[in-house]
Design a protein around this ligand. Structure first.
Ligand SMILES: [Zn+2]
Length: 685
């Protein structure tokens, strides 16, 4: 069981409950399974008793997998995480009417099992009165649901997220009063996405003085967090747990005062906005992988103190996109998932979110989701609102989340308050490279990946040198190379990332030193890259692109001390990373992922989630089925599909030999497929 007992300050440990529920879940599924197949039970039992011990054991194992993966349409508590629903002040206000609340809550609770609600006291100058909050709290607590408070510090959300002004006395006074009021009513209080400032009033301009807006706002919000929120809250309720929830635009936090360095130390816990919505048609263009990466990044900033992930129902074009956000949050091991929000859980299920691939046994099956849900009293309820896709998506993954260990990946360092090649790590995640983003330089890691944001560390070149001296490998991007020119990188290797561009769709993967052996791979469309220049015989092209008779590095290496520095060329449009041919991605993975026990060779938009206990998940975000080649360390001879129970045998891949030396360690290869918008979960054997 991986339930985080320490997270909920005042709650009992859930271990016993979870183990009991695990048995109950198994039994209830078994009975469900059995009743549907009652006609064949007698015959099965007779055959079972006649079978040998070995066969009986095999049948039992297969039956266990079948039962665990059988669709369950009964409402039940999740074993591996808590589910919370956030209620905005506008809805909490209406909870004064018990019938209004009961009618709506019943619809939600029949479709998804909820452990906790957040009742917001303030948003957009709406302050809910104490009598209403007490009524609402009693309603939920009488149903065994935990209750916490919420605050949104907005003046008018619809006016481009108009925040409080933290230099004007009347706003500061109001912010303090709201914190005190909420902490008096609840022992846990979370701040929703808006504890930043975008105010540029005359008062703020004057207070800023000669500081940059970033520096001014970082300092201002650190002070506001301490003096206007946490200190006043703790003064009225010393028991209160104060939680700051961060939104999804982590590359730009510092510019609006979200202080990831100071605030996680001021607040008791942090929380993570893991919503990514549609990567193409929303303004933010966040990549799907971010729902996983940002939770891990914030967990690395406050280990054990990242209370959960938070997803809304907005801006999706097919239902899987909603489910994927929930899944990736929990693949990152979030102990709690917050569904935003009460009113959106009541939005009708739109039939147009059923995609072409539904009905083909993909992970999220729209038709299966729409099946009636069995309630505890035995009645059946037909799904009607968005609470059901949430409940269904969570039920699907709860059956295996407990088997996963601690997430691991390629260590990548992003200093506090840094930006540069914004959100790039998520594109690499979408190319199948698991990224573990950390706020301190990971000197222990054998492989470190650095994007342009690493330039915010004044000593970054010395840190790179230190790794290479110690025999460890560093991969930097062309963007970081460009900014480190003149800052000492030439002390490692004299390379120039120029202003000239190349437009290419051909990639040359050389297999022999003299360039006579190799393959040309083509991308589906042309991509634009910066031209990197180097000194002949000083550093080397590992992968090249070809255009009009010449070529430029895509992956470049340079010897230094006891190791190599690699430079990965990043296309001008990061989305063009998805156009790189699978063979080119494989060669990049061979370098970046050499310390992981598994990698997956495929086209892009197939992500890999790796855990430290020989389990991993492959998830495809493609609209069609995709062939994948799973490559593992030689010690692994078989893969078990955790959901189907199927065993997959591998073939040993001999080490590639170049110039008489083994170029890669011997590996084992498993060929299989992933369906559209689906995951597969594997256990190594
Ligand atoms: Zn202001």
């Amino acid at each position: 069981m991986s339930k985080h007992c320490s997270v909920e300050k005042n709650s009992e440990c859930h271990f016993e409950r979870a183990e009991g529920e695990s048995r109950n879940l198994f039994l209830s599924r078994f009975l469900h399974f059995a009743t549907l197949r009652v006609a064949s039970v007698e015959m099965t039992v007779r055959l079972f008793n006649k079978a040998s011990k070995h066969i009986r054991r095999s049948v039992w194992v297969a039956l266990s997998y079948a039962i665990l993966s059988f669709p369950c349409h009964s409402i039940y508590s999740y074993q591996n995480f808590d589910v919370a629903v956030y209620c905005r002040a506008q809805e909490v206000q209406q909870m004064d009417d018990p019938n209004w609340l009961k009618d709506r809550w019943d619809i939600i609770a029949q479709q998804v099992k909820v452990d906790k609600v957040y009742l917001e006291t303030h948003r957009d100058t709406v302050l809910v009165d104490e009598k209403t909050i007490t009524k609402a709290r009693n309603f939920f607590e009488s149903r065994g649901i935990k209750v916490a408070g919420g605050i949104t510090y907005t003046v008018r959300e619809s006016n481009r997220f108009e925040t409080f002004c933290y230099t004007r006395p009347e706003h500061r006074q109001k912010a303090r009063e709201i914190a005190e009021y909420t902490a008096r009513l609840f022992d846990e209080v979370i701040l929703d996405d808006f504890f930043f400032t975008n105010c540029k009033c005359e008062s703020c301009i004057k207070a800023k003085g000669n500081k940059s807006w970033t520096r001014f706002r970082l300092d201002l919000m650190e002070e506001a967090a301490r003096d206007l929120v946490v200190k006043p809250a703790k003064a009225v309720n010393p028991k209160v747990t104060m939680v700051i929830k961060y939104p999804n635009w982590y590359e730009h936090f510092q510019g609006l005062g979200y202080n990831l360095e100071a605030e996680p130390k001021i607040f008791d816990r942090i929380y993570t906005g893991t919503e990514t919505r549609d990567p193409v048609y929303t303004d933010q263009h966040l990549q799907q992988y971010q729902s996983y990466l940002i939770f891990r990044f914030l967990e690395n900033i406050k280990p054990g103190g990242n209370g959960g992930g938070w997803v809304d129902t907005g801006a999706i074009w097919y239902m899987d996109r909603y489910a994927e956000q929930l899944w990736l949050t929990l693949f990152a091991k979030a102990p709690e998932i917050t569904l935003f929000d009460f009113s959106r859980m009541l939005q009708p299920i739109r039939q147009e979110l059923r995609a072409d691939w539904h009905g083909t046994q993909t992970s999220f099956d729209f038709d299966q989701m729409m099946q009636p849900i069995k309630q505890q009293d035995g009645t059946l309820v037909t799904p009607t609102t968005m609470a059901r896709p949430a409940g269904y998506a969570l039920e699907l993954i709860d059956v295996f989340l407990g088997k996963l260990g601690k997430p691991i990946g390629v260590k990548s360092y992003k200093p506090y308050h840094s930006t540069g090649e914004d959100f790039l790590h998520n594109y690499l995640g979408m190319c199948g490279i698991p990224i573990d983003l950390v706020p301190e330089f990971p000197t222990d890691a054998n492989m470190v990946f650095l994007a342009e944001s690493a330039k915010f560390d004044d000593n970054i070149v010395d840190k790179i040198k230190g790794q290479l001296m110690n025999g460890k490998t560093v991969v930097i991007t062309s963007g970081l190379l460009r900014t480190l020119q003149g800052r000492g990188i030439e002390d490692i290797v004299e390379l120039r990332c120029t202003d000239r561009k190349d437009i290419t769709n051909k990639f040359w993967q050389r297999r022999a030193f003299w360039g006579r052996l190799g393959n040309v791979h083509e991308s589906s469309s042309k991509i634009v890259i910066p031209q990197i220049k180097y000194l002949t015989n000083d550093s080397w092209e590992e992968i090249s692109c070809l255009t009009n008779g010449i070529g430029y590095p895509i992956l470049h290496s340079a010897d230094y001390a006891n190791s190599k520095l690699y430079v990965l060329t990043i296309p001008d449009n990061f989305g063009d990373l998805y156009n790189l041919p699978a063979e080119v991605l494989t060669q990049i993975k061979e370098v970046l992922m050499r310390d992981l026990y598994v990698r997956v060779d495929s086209t892009s938009q197939v992500a890999l989630f790796v855990y430290d206990n020989d389990t991993f998940i492959v998830e495809s975000f493609l609209p069609d089925s995709v062939d994948i080649r799973i490559v593992t360390d030689r010690r692994i001879s078989k893969l078990r599909d955790v959901l189907s129970g199927e065993a997959i045998s591998g073939q040993e891949l001999p080490g590639r030999r170049m110039w008489g030396q083994a170029a890669s360690a011997d590996k084992v290869v498993f060929n299989t497929q992933v369906k559209p918008h689906s995951y597969r979960v594997f256990q190594c054997e």
